[in-house]
Design a protein around this ligand. Structure first.
Ligand SMILES: Cc1ncc(COP(=O)(O)O)c(C=O)c1O
Length: 399
């Protein structure tokens, strides 16, 4: 007997972030202001730190303030950043490298390209500018690292623009082989696809609240290893580091030890993110990653069976975002109609792919019921515009 999937009512919000927040998260953000330096804020910050460690797949810590909730036995610490994911990524690059450091950034989409752009502001960056949606050429990366000139390998782990998840274990092995730092933009991978910072010996991994953890936009976090912190300190002492003030990592580490942030924190966003992460803790990280896989697999199988072409290379599909090429004769006009007539939201493409494909997010709290209903509406909208897809049992793809 197939399992019954509950009906979904209301709009279907299937974008790869910012995602919808639950009532509990929205309610937490409506808490009257608390002071930034008092025990009340320290309590929430300790809870946020403890739950972020779950999201980052790090060793556990206590949610009690005054117990170093930001850190754990695995040697990693979490730093909360007021700003979106890009701010946190800039903090990583600006603190860790100087113009004397050669760094390697292979890319296959828009967000990797941004890592390379940022990298070239703060370091001597070699950008391996690969085709969108194709997997990296590991041999090329190996050859570059073998030169012995590089101090780091940086990647966008889950490329939201092209729907591809990079082969992080293979890249981690290359970074280890050549003794270079391995750094991840994990903005749409953390709490959505498997991430193993300690196993992969990652120095720093960044996430943004508005993606897989279904928190508010405008707040982000970095998981950093002790070697990352040590390298930042050494660079600072050498006098060669980049000029920094607001995004200086060292005061942020010092304040994290006291369940605080160096500057006025984004108090209500902290309250909201801490509440959103309660839901992750209840679902468990495995449960959430498993749900993202179920949703994305269903989407991939459904659209492939109907004759659509997935943009990403087979074998490296992302489970938090699926990029699907429009059939001949279709463009973003379909998306506008889907939004206006079916109250269903997916996202378009960026740069040279604009108007050529659409992307479906499968992250955060999106339920199976919402995805099933959203896919039914997508197919109905294609049918309205003349694409005959026949009768399809959409729910059967998600059981
Ligand atoms: C993989 C990835 N990296 C970076 C970003 C930029 O993050 P933010 O908009 O939070 O600064 C995004 C946003 O969609 C993303 O998906």
């Amino acid at each position: 007997m197939s399992k019954q999937i509950a009906a979904h009512r209301g709009d279907c919000f299937l974008v790869p972030g910012p995602v919808r927040m639950t009532e509990a998260t929205l309610g937490a953000m409506a808490t009257p202001t608390i002071t930034a330096r008092g025990p009340e804020f320290r309590k929430v910050m300790a809870e946020l730190n403890q739950r972020l460690r779950i999201a980052f797949n790090l060793s556990p810590s206590s949610p009690e303030s005054g117990t170093q909730s930001w850190s754990g036995e695995d040697g990693y610490g979490v730093i909360v950043v007021s700003g979106s994911g890009t701010a946190a990524m800039e903090m990583v690059l600006a603190n860790r490298f100087s113009s004397e450091d050669k760094i390697l950034v292979p890319t296959n989409g828009k967000f990797g390209e941004r890592v390379a752009q940022m990298g070239s502001r703060f370091a001597d960056c070699t950008h391996l500018n690969g085709e969108w949606g194709r997997s990296f050429d590991l041999h090329e990366i190996d050859e570059h690292l073998a030169s012995g000139e590089y101090s780091a390998l940086l990647i966008c782990h889950n490329e939201t623009s092209s729907g591809i998840t990079q082969d992080a274990p293979a890249l981690a092995a290359l970074a280890e082989k050549y003794g270079v730092a391995f750094i991840l933009d994990g903005i749409t991978s953390v709490a959505g696809v498997p991430v193993y910072p300690a196993e992969w010996k990652v120095e720093a991994v960044v996430t943004g609240a508005q993606k897989c953890t279904a928190g508010p936009s405008g707040i982000a976090a970095i998981a950093v290893s002790q070697s990352f912190i040590d390298s930042c300190k050494e660079l600072r002492q050498s006098g060669k580091g980049n000029p920094l003030y607001y995004f200086d990592l060292l005061p942020a580490v010092k304040k994290a030890e006291d369940d605080q942030t160096p500057w006025t924190p984004a108090i209500n966003l902290v309250l909201g993110w801490a509440a959103a992460l309660v839901e992750l803790e209840k679902e468990t990280l495995e449960g959430r990653v498993g749900r993202c896989t179920q949703l994305a697999q269903g989407v991939r199988n459904l659209f492939s069976d109907l004759g659509f072409t997935l943009f990403a290379e087979a074998g490296c599909y992302s489970d938090t975002v699926t990029a699907i090429l429009y059939p001949e004769g279709f463009d973003d006009g379909w998306r506008t109609r889907l939004q206006n007539e079916y109250q269903t939201f997916v996202i378009g493409a960026q740069d040279h792919m604009k108007g050529k494909m659409f992307r479906i997010g499968s992250m955060g709290n999106t339920s199976v019921a919402e995805m099933v209903e959203g896919c039914r509406r997508m197919l109905a909208c294609f049918a309205d515009l003349g694409l005959d897809l026949g009768k399809v049992e959409v729910a059967s793809y998600f059981e």
